[in-house]
Design a protein around this ligand. Structure first.
Ligand code: GGG
Length: 363
């Protein structure tokens, strides 16, 4: 007799195209789960959807219910869409929901793979080289997004305002994200970690980062290393991407670099991410890298591949690597067949791509 493992997932589609891509990802995951029934690895998803985001803010003045975090904390994972809408200031929506979840649940490791797909045109000179693949590991709990600082510190008001935004670097925070990056590098064909800072100009926190990187690297003699300034790394992403494997960087630098990486792979719409609490004390959160895209929201044009790739990262987190690999193969079969949304040069709608992904699950 086989038993079915049921994973409890909190769906938080939030804003704009987040709603469309979470619906698409759920449909693909449910199809995969239905197909697993009767097998040795049978699994199912018990979904609960939450209405938080900018619409909720406009009705209630809050991005999330007061007891929202408490309601999320016992789920096996959070499947998130995108946050932000023109009627709500971005710093309010981002801090009120997405960053609140990441920081409250100590999701300190943000994993953002850069994957090149067959049939997707890349602006890189190696346009057809689908062998290129690297991972940006983003420190997700401190750095430039620690929320430290204040406005109107001069007390002079408009015209004379002074604002300060501080970045927080702790030795513990640097060390854990670097060890995470090194362990990840050990699972990859190319065992290499590139550390990124701007430590020539940011002379405190990022010099601490560099010092910790050297100390941690000494524990991983089997892993090649390099330390690169963020401006030089931006150029390297474009000019020598074949030299990359795992790139570890602070919150802001990795945020920017991972967007650059996904644009180089063809579109932000393709990029997946996992916000992990590696200790598993709290649920981890899986979401496409892209935002809410108000310009195309509600039109059925959003690319669901970033959300489906994020679902694959969730399956890996659940210990289902073969099922994750099935999702990756379905994504590759769909793009190779030319079923592409507008952001990657096609004419397919979100639902066409979703249907193609489900049809391709058995390839
Ligand atoms: N799905 C990702 C998302 O909604 N991103 C919105 C955003 O502005 N994020 C800033 C960040 O990644 O810290």
């Amino acid at each position: 007799m086989t038993t079915t493992r049921t994973f409890r997932i909190a769906a938080v589609p939030a804003d704009g195209v987040g709603k469309e891509v979470v619906a698409a990802g759920r449909a693909v995951l449910d199809a995969l789960a239905a197909d697993s029934q009767g097998s040795d690895e049978a699994f199912a998803f018990a979904w609960q959807e939450f209405p938080w985001g900018c619409d909720f803010y406009e009705r209630t003045g809050k991005m999330i219910d007061d007891d929202g975090l408490d309601r999320l904390k016992d789920f096996d994972a959070i499947y998130f869409g995108a946050v932000g809408w023109p009627t709500v200031p971005d710093h309010i929506s981002l801090w009120g929901l997405r960053l609140k979840i990441c920081q409250s649940f100590d999701q300190w490791a943000n994993v953002r793979p850069v994957r090149f797909l067959p049939g997707v045109q890349s602006p890189l000179r190696k346009a057809d080289d689908t062998e290129l693949d690297w991972v940006v590991v983003r420190e997700n709990s401190e750095g430039e997004y620690a929320g430290l600082g204040g406005r109107n510190l001069s007390g002079r008001g408009p015209g004379g305002e002074v604002a300060v935004q501080s970045a927080l670097f702790t030795e513990v925070g640097c060390e854990r994200i670097m060890r995470f990056a090194f362990e990840l590098a050990r699972t990859r064909a190319r065992r290499k970690v590139s550390s990124v800072t701007k430590s020539n100009a940011q002379q405190y926190g990022m010099v601490l980062w560099d010092d910790v990187f050297k100390r941690v690297a000494a524990d991983y003699p089997d892993v090649e290393t390099e330390s690169v300034l963020v401006d030089a790394m931006s150029a390297k992403f474009v000019l020598r991407p074949e030299d990359l494997s795992v790139v570890v960087a602070s919150n802001l630098n990795a945020d920017i670099l991972s967007d650059l990486g996904s644009a180089l792979a063809g579109s932000l719409g393709l990029a997946a991410s996992a916000n992990l609490n590696p200790e598993r004390r709290f649920p981890s959160m899986f979401e496409p890298v892209h935002g809410s895209a108000p310009d195309i929201a509600g039109q059925g044009l959003a690319n669901p591949i970033g959300a489906v790739g994020s679902a694959a990262l969730m399956l890996e987190h659940f210990g289902l690597p073969d099922q994750a690999a099935r999702l990756h193969r379905a994504i590759e079969a769909t793009t190779a067949a030319g079923i592409l949304t507008r952001d990657i040069g096609g004419t397919a709608a979100t639902e066409d791509v979703t249907k193609a992904l489900i049809d391709a699950l058995n390839i």
